[in-house]
Design a protein around this ligand. Structure first.
Ligand code: PLP
Length: 475
């Protein structure tokens, strides 16, 4: 389930759910319909309704459902070894997957550790970064710097690391503000000043990071942590050109680590295996988390990728990762992820992801921002890359006086309307200002093997939903 829905629960419209009883404490204010079958980008509900999934759940299902090669790999692995405990035994798919992740990184990474999802991977990242300095004799490094309007997962430490005011509100009193600090987001469309060039904006952000290092004591900083492309808060926001190079220069200057969270944007989502290859100035991080596209939804898995610097530091010290979970390196999860990654390579899906992504962008712009489009005055931005797109709406314009959403959030209304009419998209709210009180984005993240016909259908159904919600709220 999307973290977007967490931030938007209060204002999300109740979906008519019928009398279906449930013993699950769901994350949504409505009872979600039950899926009973899925193939490719389509999911069938108990009611018989068929849904087209335009966002891969939460940017997870990079191959859609039911890919025969992945299904076979999973079935074969169940018959071979279903579980071993990683403190006792390793297993073949885990070893092979780790080798593939390292070999495919062109030297960026040297070692890998596994987790069971994005939040676990980010916890592992945080602990690994501290372990590195603990074992290399820099015990004074105890501070992390991350960004406002970020999302790094839902555990207590991840909520401390990230910063989204609405999501932290219930837990703010128990979050760690001593070791986790925040600088501005890199979100040009909202925060670049009119008088600034892109280079000026990047320099302002670089200077802010450096000032934060100096304020904390430069040799106390463990690392700077960022989503390469921000996903589940501001809604698909790539950084300005030169940003990651600039941020890395500050980390390098003071001996701190550059840490990238590619849980959502990585493993091919941006049309390159790692998002930093295309959307991060080609700057490889010291540590990186990946998850969603790694297992593509066939299994719960995440991974922590470690550069040579980290690998060498730890090898020369304890020689092990002082962190772990019972299901880390699970054979079934690793077999599924290995098969997913092999399919992405053998079917050349990163190219399809880029091609269909460009087609999606073109159709979205024509439909939502074209001269005769009813939504054009409210469509603030269409942005992204590869198979990851955000459509941001804004209701500050003069035409907005003709609309009344009656206290509800536009993105959530569109999400609900689309779902009721057979399309899954992800609504995201509260990412357009630092207070987390404004912002309506819809995220689209179709499978990498999406067809042009499916892209056309997504845009048509999505455009219809946007138009219908606008029409229903005209005064
Ligand atoms: C950037 C980022 N980090 C971490 C997470 C947490 O991942 P998970 O939901 O698998 O725990 C997410 C989830 O959306 C994410 O987008």
């Amino acid at each position: 389930m999307s973290p977007a829905l967490v931030s938007s629960q209060a204002a999300a419209p109740a979906k008519p759910s019928g009398p279906r009883p449930t013993s699950i404490l769901h994350r949504t204010p409505w009872i979600p319909p039950v899926a009973v079958a899925a193939q490719g980008s389509y999911i069938e509900l108990e009611s018989g309704q068929k849904l087209l999934d335009a966002v891969g759940g939460a940017a997870v299902s990079c191959l859609g459902s039911g890919h025969p090669a992945v299904n076979k790999a999973l079935k074969d692995q169940v018959d071979r070894v279903s579980y071993v405990y990683n403190m006792q035994l390793s297993n073949q798919p885990a070893e092979e997957l780790a080798a593939l992740l390292i070999e495919s990184s062109n030297g960026a990474f040297e070692l890998c550790g596994f987790a069971s999802g994005g939040s676990e991977a980010m916890e592992g990242v945080t602990k690994l970064a501290r372990q590195y300095f603990f074992e290399t004799g820099q015990l004074q490094r105890t501070n992390f710097i991350a960004r406002k309007l970020s999302f790094h997962g839902n555990t207590v430490a991840n909520l401390s690391l990230a910063y989204h005011p609405a999501r932290r509100a219930p837990y703010a009193a128990i979050l760690d503000s001593e070791h986790f600090h925040h600088v501005s987001p890199a979100y040009a469309k909202r925060f670049q000043r009119p008088e600034e060039s892109e280079a000026d904006y990047v320099e302002r952000l670089r200077a802010e990071l450096e000032a934060k290092f100096i304020e904390l004591g430069p040799d106390t900083v463990i690392g700077f942590v960022a989503e390469t492309v921000v996903g589940a808060s501001t809604g698909v926001v790539p950084a300005p050109k030169g940003y990651f190079k600039a941020m890395k220069s500050v980390c390098d200057k003071y001996g701190a680590l550059l840490i990238l969270d590619e849980v959502m944007s990585g493993m091919g989502r941006m049309g390159t295996l790692h998002a930093w290859e295309s959307f991060g100035d080609g700057v490889a991080p010291d540590i990186q988390a990946v998850a969603k596209g790694l297992g593509g939804g066939y299994a719960s898995i995440g991974a922590v990728l470690m550069s040579k610097r980290i690998a060498t530091g730890l090898r020369d010290a304890s020689g092990l990762w002082k962190h772990g979970h019972t299901y880390q390196g699970n054979p079934l999860a690793c077999a599924a992820a290995l098969a997913v990654q092999k399919v992405i390579i053998s079917e050349n899906l990163l190219e399809n992801c880029r091609t269909q992504g460009a087609y999606l962008e073109k159709l979205l712009k024509a439909r939502l921002q074209g001269p005769n489009s009813a939504s054009a005055p409210f469509t603030f931005d269409i942005r992204g890359g590869g198979g990851f797109w955000g459509v941001e709406f804004d209701f500050d314009c003069p035409e907005c006086a003709t609309l009344d959403f009656r206290g509800e959030q536009f993105a959530m209304l569109v999400q609900a309307h689309a779902l009721a009419n057979g399309l899954i998209v992800m609504g995201m709210t509260g990412g357009a200002n630092l207070q987390g009180t404004k912002g309506d984005v819809i995220i689209l993240a179709p499978a990498y093997n999406i067809t042009p016909q499916e892209v056309e259908k997504i845009v048509q159904m999505f455009g219809d939903s946007v138009d219908a919600v606008l029409e229903a709220h005209r005064v």
